[in-house]
Write a protein of this length. Structure first.
Length: 79
């Protein structure tokens, strides 16, 4: 896997090989969770803890991800 950029908005200084490009294209075209999981398993990423990082390299971002709603209307409602 490529080393991560220090910012989400900085480009990676990495040239993708054919396998990485094929995985990326397969993930883009995936329509279901099972297709995503299958692609990641076949690439050897699913169970490789070193292939993953915390979103934004900030453990506190879990609430941001957990706060996502199924439909846009729910995000407008306050508790």
């Amino acid at each position: 896997m490529a080393s991560r950029s220090s910012s989400l908005f900085e480009p990676l200084n990495h040239t993708f090989d054919e396998n990485e490009r094929a995985l990326c294209e397969r993930l883009i075209r995936a329509d279901t969770e099972s297709e995503v999981e299958a692609a990641l398993r076949e690439a050897g990423c699913w169970d490789d803890i070193g292939a993953w990082s915390v979103f934004g390299d900030n453990p506190a971002n879990a609430s941001m991800i957990g706060g996502q709603q199924e439909t846009p209307a729910y995000s407008l409602l306050s508790a």
